[in-house]
Design a protein around this ligand. Structure first.
Ligand SMILES: [Cu+2]
Length: 719
């Protein structure tokens, strides 16, 4: 298990402002002293005091930073107002509807301060209207310090959380459904996790790593969990993991050794060389292009940044310019144009928070030049438990900070957020006005891999770049899934013909923002697009070209699989007419009483994201059935027998297009059955025949079930 519990590290550095304003429970945390703090009851009235203390203690630094980066918004961007939030943005995730899910803990103070952890404060923030909708977790658990990432359908999957004041992890998994704003519990993990990472995989599965237990677990596409029992490995908390172009999951930090994890079967790790010499604890990373990762900062507030290229057989690293500011506890965020934004952090190397050494200016890294550019400064210092998230309008949410022992000690609480408008959204004419954005008039809501698709935009001729950006899910300086995927395209009139990512290694299945960027570098509003693999389906029965005799019974059997999800149903068709559907494997249907004809049979599979695939057709022939011919050969019509005679009735029966299955013998003109014979020669011996006159008949049945009744033969048995 990893070196644990950074939240317990105390590195209190009081800012210059009056310490008398500090809230009451500002005791330093150390070792096992939580109980003593628990005895000091938490007062809700402290909360605004904590927030306002933070603002006042840092106001002068923020103002100094603002004065130092005085340039027009077209060059350095701008920050919106600081708005109070109902929760601290410790964990934030973009939802498919463009809103943001945020959650923190049971209260504003360090988790060690609360004896009971039976719920979580959570909110859905609408960046368009600014409204907050409470969506607290009431499953009985605190998902503070969980890992979180998007399922392929856009729901959030959370692993672990905070069990108690001793900061033990929980075994629970949760899912947040953004369509209903509801939480549900998933299966329990083998061991509790606190500070785990969740990584969406190429096949729609979710990888859960660390947070205590060293054995990774996988959430399968049916929602169950399995352990990667051969891949136990001690990694730092909140490890940095991303699916690489080779399909494995690449580990880029925060410690130095680079690794790849094959998540198939019971799992297997491969270790490579060192990324660099820094243990980038509370640094940050961003996958800003296919197989390319930027890492920056961390350790003792390093300025150093590196690029890792994981496109080849072994990863290669290269230096890139250092940030202008040393940072730890900052966030890296890929922007709509593929540049990377660094926000927040501290410059002193303080483990969690240092109010006197917050880094206020944002910086933007350009992958084309490898250079950072200093941008406008934020207004609230955002350090431990702060987050940043790219929004569908190309702006960046910057939220949170606080909720830790050291935070309480130094008076740090940032229960608020501010939104950064990057330079690319401003006109370049010095007017300070927002640029006219290109627009995406329409785009498909879902596309497969390596497929062409059309994006309609009135500005088609001006579009220079088209890209998918995966919805972010961020906590503790770790965006668990951000990924920038440029798309190739050709411009037509009002339309861009784009090609989707070649495979799920380049862009794991799930939801992405589609941005179009024009010649001025201005991004459109994003459209949400789901990448998904269609299911595969085939008919295994009937055999191709099989022939039947009418009325036929045809057994249809299909196999169906979905590489990045689950099969929801298989439908069976004759031509365009649906025969039936089966929701569960094995997928079967028995088609009965099929009349003569030629039929083209197909099966159509639908997966959990609504993608469908129709199988290759199988042709069958059902031939009309010629009925058998039959007649009584003996006795002859008009024959007369003595009383109680034993009479042998013999019949001939043939079938031109098959075989005779049976011949039945009757008297009373077919009303009374005497007996039957299954094999030729067909006969029946009628012992002690009844006195009187009889009309004898036989009835032949063939292999297709067709029946022919013979002409009657009249006989007399004397009294
Ligand atoms: Cu935490």
């Amino acid at each position: 298990m990893s070196a644990r519990c950074a939240a317990l590290v105390t590195s209190a550095l009081l800012a210059g402002a009056a310490p008398g304003i500090l809230p009451s429970a500002g005791l330093a945390h150390g070792g096992r002293s939580h109980q003593s703090e628990d005895s000091a009851p938490h007062r809700a009235a402290d909360e605004p005091a904590l927030s306002s203390f933070t603002s006042r203690a840092t106001a002068r630094d923020a103002a100094t930073a603002l004065a130092a980066v005085a340039a027009p918004a077209q060059d350095v961007g701008s920050w919106g107002p600081v708005t109070a939030w109902p929760v601290v943005g410790v964990h934030v995730a973009l939802l498919p509807n463009g809103k943001v899910l945020a959650h923190d803990s049971v209260g504003d103070k360090a988790a060690e301060s609360y004896a009971v952890h039976d719920h979580t404060r959570a909110t859905v923030w609408d960046p368009v209207t600014g409204t907050q909708t409470p969506v607290d977790v009431h499953t009985g658990f605190n998902v503070f310090c969980s890992g979180l990432a998007h399922l392929t359908n856009g729901s959030l999957f959370l692993a672990g959380g905070n069990k108690d004041y001793a900061l033990n992890g929980i075994v629970q998994t949760h899912t947040f459904n953004p369509a209903t704003n509801t939480w549900s519990l998933g299966p329990n993990m083998a061991v509790g996790r606190w500070y785990p990472s969740v990584t969406p995989l190429r096949n729609g599965e979710m990888l859960i790593t660390e947070g205590g237990p060293d054995t990774p677990e996988i959430r399968t596409n049916t929602g169950t969990l399995r352990a990667l029992s051969a891949a136990a490995l001690n990694l730092p908390l909140y490890p940095w993991l991303d699916v690489a172009p080779d399909g494995r999951t690449f580990y880029s930090g925060p410690d130095q050794t680079m690794r790849s994890l094959d998540t198939a079967g019971s799992g297997a790790w491969q270790a490579y060389g060192q990324r660099d010499t820094l243990n980038r604890s509370y640094g940050s990373r961003a996958l800003y292009d296919v197989g390319k990762i930027l890492v920056s900062g961390g350790a003792a507030s390093a300025a150093d940044a590196r690029v890792i290229d994981i496109n080849g057989a072994t990863p290669t690293t290269s230096a890139t310019a250092p940030m202008a500011y040393r940072r730890r506890q900052h966030n890296l965020t890929v922007l709509a144009d593929g540049t990377v934004l660094a926000t927040g952090g501290n410059s002193s190397g303080a483990s969690l928070v240092d109010l006197a050494n917050g880094v206020y200016p944002a910086e933007q890294w350009n992958p084309a030049t490898g250079q950072w550019k200093t941008l406008a400064p934020m207004q609230v210092t955002r350090q431990y438990h702060s987050t940043a998230l790219l929004l569908p309008d190309g702006r960046v949410l910057s939220a949170g900070g606080g909720i830790c022992g050291t935070c309480d000690t130094v008076g740090y609480l940032a229960k608020n957020a501010e939104v950064f408008t990057p330079p690319y959204l401003y006109k370049k004419d010095g007017s300070g006005a927002l640029a006219t954005r290109p627009s995406i008039a329409s785009a498909p809501t879902a596309v497969g891999y390596g497929a062409g698709f059309d994006v309609s935009t009135p500005e088609a001729a001006a579009i220079r770049k088209l890209a998918l950006v995966r919805l972010g899910a961020v906590t503790h300086s770790v965006n668990m899934e951000q990924r920038y995927v440029p798309l190739t395209f050709t411009a037509g009139t009002g339309t861009l013909r784009a090609t989707s990512p070649v495979n799920a290694n380049v862009a794991p299945p799930g939801m992405y923002m589609l941005f179009a960027i024009d010649a001025n570098g201005v991004p459109s509003q994003a459209r949400m697009v789901t990448l998904r693999q269609a299911p595969t389906v085939g008919l295994t029965s009937p055999a191709a070209g099989a022939s039947y005799t009418a009325p036929a019974t045809v057994s249809l059997v299909a196999t169906a699989k979905d590489a990045d999800g689950t099969v929801r149903k298989v439908e069976f068709f004759r031509g365009t007419t649906k025969l039936a559907e089966d929701l569960t494997a094995p997928y079967t249907y028995t088609w009965s009483a099929v009349p003569a004809g030629s039929y083209s049979l197909t099966a159509r599979a639908t997966d959990d994201l609504g993608a469908t695939t129709t199988s290759a057709a199988r042709g069958i022939t059902v031939r009309a059935n010629t009925p058998p011919a039959t007649s009584i050969t003996s006795p002859l019509n008009g024959a007369v027998f003595p009383r109680k005679a034993d009479i042998t009735i013999a019949a001939r029966a043939t079938d031109a297009d098959g075989t005779v299955r049976k011949v039945e013998f009757f008297r009373a003109n077919g009303a009374t059955k005497l007996g039957e014979d299954l094999t030729a020669p067909y006969s029946y011996r009628w012992y002690s025949a009844l006195s009187g006159t009889h009309q004898l008949r036989v009835r032949a049945t063939d292999n297709g079930g067709a029946v022919t009744t013979s002409a009657a033969v009249g006989i007399t048995v004397r009294y």
